[in-house]
Design a protein around this ligand. Structure first.
Ligand code: ZN
Length: 55
């Protein structure tokens, strides 16, 4: 069993957004929730910083 003792010197890249701070958000409209496409949305994991806050 390997213990997690490694501590990266660099901030970890946010996984959901890949470090961009933006994630594709699916846009739905209408009662049937018809998909109309995707748009960039603020990453709720890093809030746009692009780094993993939990690292
Ligand atoms: Zn992110």
């Amino acid at each position: 069993m390997a213990t997690r003792t490694t501590k990266p010197s660099e901030p970890s890249v946010c996984k959901p957004c890949g470090g961009t701070g933006n994630v594709p958000v699916t846009v739905r409209v209408g009662r049937k929730r018809r998909l109309v496409g995707q748009q960039d949305g603020l990453c709720l994991n890093c809030f746009g910083s692009g780094t993993d806050p939990n690292a």
